[in-house]
Design a protein around this ligand. Sequence first.
Ligand code: GAF
Length: 392
Amino acid sequence: MASLVPRVTDLVSEARQVFHDNFDGLDPEVAVCAPGRVNLIGEHTDYNQGFVLPMALPLVTVMVGSRISDKNVSIVTATKAVEEPRRVDFVLPKDNQPLSPGQPNWANYIKGVLQHYRAKPLPGFKAVVVSSVPLGGGLSSSASLEVAVYTFLQQLCPDDGDKVAKAEACQKAEHTHAGVPCGIMDQFVSVLGMEGHALLIDCRSLEATLVPLADPSLVILITNSNVRHSLTGSEYPSRRRQCEEAAAILGKTSLREASLKDLEDTKGRLESVTFRRARHVIEEIKRTAEAAEALKRGDYREFGRLMVESHNSLRDYYEVSCSELDELVSAAMEVDGVYGSRMTGGGFGGCTVTLLEADAVDRTIQHIKEHYSGSPTFYITKPSDGAQILSL
Ligand code: GAF
């Protein structure tokens, strides 16, 4: 009943064919992939220096291509959902001049990574990208594209191999070329994800702890509301500003440094909306650390309870949920065998993530289909590896 996750080898075959068709019948010399992610808990905490607990998905962006001897770049996307044109051609600027964003929008993520790539000089290249990460679905299709591009460039012009710096360069690409002041979570897990594990990332120190998540009696179900949101809208940056304002009024460098008591003590000096935003973040950071502990000891009930608390806080205090996501969570929680469910990612549409017993999957999908007013798509997923070099 759930959507099949396309095999990486099938995506590579498709990309090879498109390369062949667009570039004089040639075969590409390099192939890489980078995953999307689902965040299990710890939402809107990364840009507040807090904890997040994402895992890399088996849904990936694949990039194949070859270096050429001049400074020309030609890229074709085989992803049908993006706007036309699906091919871009440009020349790499000389002397580190900026590579300005423009149209089509999908190419800006690539141009951003070219600009922030950490080794120079980059050669020209021809390439094809294709992705199984749904676009605008809150599963980090953009981070997976950025990290795939960076991994591809590493094959043409090796950098020092520092993985955290790689994630940071991809995050910068999103800031400068997509206009989204995102945190580090999506790019970090797309680079450093590991099969069979979620990553507890401390976004202050940028240290990550592996949390095993490979119990065969447990399933992680993603439900796409198929309502699209745009993080480039005003809501994400405005949440970020509200958090910075709250931290400044509390006299802290970030909300990571603040306690609920600090917040209560400053109540009279914060507007009620700023208070609610800060409350979500402070509690969510604590909740995420507790959830990681619960997962480590196999206490799925407690983990699920914290997921639902997180969802309610995102709905009521952070106000980034929407009726479709609330419906999906409520429907999932009505089914016997479901531990917890919550919206995942930036919000305003996209997906929910549900933790449940393996033998409850079919009835949960059925129940959600019957009770959701829209048309959901389901993915049964497992924690997967970060970016990889693939053989051709
Ligand atoms: C988006 C951002 F890109 C992340 O950095 C993170 O802030 C997330 O929204 C919310 O937790 O995915």
